[in-house]
Design a protein around this ligand. Structure first.
Ligand SMILES: O=C(O)[C@H]1O[C@H](OP(=O)(O)OP(=O)(O)OC[C@H]2O[C@@H](n3ccc(=O)[nH]c3=O)[C@H](O)[C@@H]2O)[C@H](O)[C@@H](O)[C@H]1O
Length: 438
């Protein structure tokens, strides 16, 4: 090993305080004084350094728009009044009701599922970080809606393990409906870090807390139809290959399914993944095509409609929110108990994955035609070759497994569902001050 030591200002500082031996000299008192001052300065800097290290330990946001991280600093929870609200929101009112922690409760699916659970007498507590991936005022409006039905939505991030642990200290949740995620297929090219943060790190954090909880809850969570990626065998069945994701979003959802397998295998967590197929409806997500097509058609703005090579049709198995909610509730109701205790597996636990789709794909051009009829406005269409941005040409769900195991049976066609969406859209954006979706 080299004898050369790096030159550093730390070289003269003793590694063990108190063991530093000073030569005797006439200036001994002055030196001692200097030495004490130096020690004091050193320890003050070290202390300060440790404090700074503690505060800046977490990695910096991967981009300025990584809002889920930004919102961490906004989380505001704790205290007796807060705990009382949490308890009251999660209180089960129906016989044999569930006590459910819903993550992403101010999101589109989260709001609908939370309200439905509450309506039938289950206890529901929501968590949401209210990030600005899309207009947060819509999330606040959903929160207000839930508040009126008796659901408290705690503002916090799924990566905040202290918060999640605290919630489990206050309430022994029987189920976790994990819907918080970074959604959107195309946005993954702009902000890849947010997908890793929410869909990978966030999921792991939720499962970590669940596996340590006593009793462990059963977990139902949102996977995605996008895991089928470039699979061309239709309709998509749960047994088909899912190892060719076309977007980072899809890859993080697929990774989530593998992570679920691990937590089920090691810790005995009961886990059900639901592959949602392009969910739409009232209170929907403004980043989705049906939503911003509506906004742009009404504004007279041009809309871009993607087409496959050789003018091939791009189609989606659009699924109405009420059907998805029924599937989510059935997944919760049929979830078996987790088998672990104290972070240890005591026996094999349930691990499931289901397609929740509509089973009738509709071309995007037809979606636009329906919107034109409902809005009574002609769209300014621009047909565009599908960019290489993570989109797939079509999706089509085989739902026989969900039908058999969950009694899942979608009943809303696209025309009927869009009619309900448009009615909501017009009323929401015409009411007090909300001029149009941004
Ligand atoms: O099932 C899922 O797991 C995913 O569903 C949803 O993704 P997608 O099915 O891609 O929905 P969405 O963006 O509404 O595009 C719809 C159609 O419009 C086409 N499209 C889109 C934009 C545009 O400008 N033009 C266009 O033609 C586009 O090519 C596509 O054919 C969720 O967003 C996603 O979070 C995830 O949950």
């Amino acid at each position: 090993m080299s004898q050369l030591k790096p030159i550093s200002h730390l070289d003269n500082i003793p590694s063990t305080p108190g063991k530093f031996k000073m030569d005797k000299s006439p200036y001994i008192h002055r030196l001692r004084w200097h030495s004490s001052l130096a020690k004091l300065t050193f320890w003050s800097f070290l202390f300060l350094g440790l404090i700074l290290l503690f505060f800046f330990r977490s990695p910096p946001p991967s981009s300025p728009s990584d809002s889920s991280r930004r919102s961490l600093s906004n989380s505001n929870w704790g205290g007796p009044a807060w705990e009382k609200r949490v308890r009251s929101s999660a209180r089960v009112r129906a016989r044999n009701g569930l006590s459910v922690l819903v993550t992403g409760a101010a999101g589109f699916v989260g709001t609908h599922v939370s309200a439905a659970l509450k309506r039938r007498g289950d206890g529901v507590l929501g968590v949401d970080n209210f990030n600005d991936y899309y207009d947060p005022s819509l999330k606040r409006a959903r929160q207000a809606l839930l508040e009126r039905t008796g659901v408290f939505v705690v503002e916090g991030d799924i990566n905040d393990s202290a918060l999640l642990r605290k919630l489990f200290d206050v309430v022994a949740f029987t189920h976790v409906m994990h819907l918080a995620a970074q959604a959107g297929v195309r946005y993954a090219m702009q902000n890849p870090g947010s997908y890793v943060h929410s869909n990978i790190a966030g999921l792991v954090n939720v499962l970590e807390v669940c596996k340590s909880a006593n009793p462990q809850p059963a977990v139902v969570w949102a996977s995605s139809s996008s895991v089928y990626g470039l699979n061309s065998k239709v309709p998509f069945s749960e047994e088909d290959r899912t190892d060719q994701p076309a977007s980072l979003y899809a890859a993080t959802k697929k990774a989530g399914e593998e992570i679920a397998h691990t937590y089920n295998h090691i810790y005995g967590l009961s886990i059900t993944g639901l592959r949602f197929f392009t969910v739409y409806g009232p209170w929907g997500r403004p980043d989705m095509a049906y939503f911003f097509f509506t906004r742009d058609i009404l504004k007279g703005k041009q809309i871009q409609i993607f087409e496959a090579p050789n003018h091939g049709t791009v189609a989606r198995d659009f699924t109405y929110i009420d059907d998805i909610v029924k599937g989510c509730l059935a997944a919760l109701d049929t979830a078996e108990k987790s088998t672990g205790r104290g972070g240890k597996k005591k026996g094999p636990a349930q691990l499931r994955v289901f397609n929740l789709g509509n089973t009738s794909p509709v071309p995007v051009t037809e979606l636009v035609s329906i919107l034109e009829r409902l809005l009574k406005v002609k769209a300014n269409r621009l047909m565009l070759k599908m960019p290489r941005n993570g989109d797939v040409q079509f999706t089509h769900a085989n739902i026989s497994l969900a039908q058999r195991e969950l009694g899942y049976k979608p009943t809303t066609d696209l025309q009927t569902g869009l009619k309900k969406f448009v009615r909501w859209y017009l009323s929401y954006y015409s009411s007090s001050g909300k001029k149009s979706a941004s």
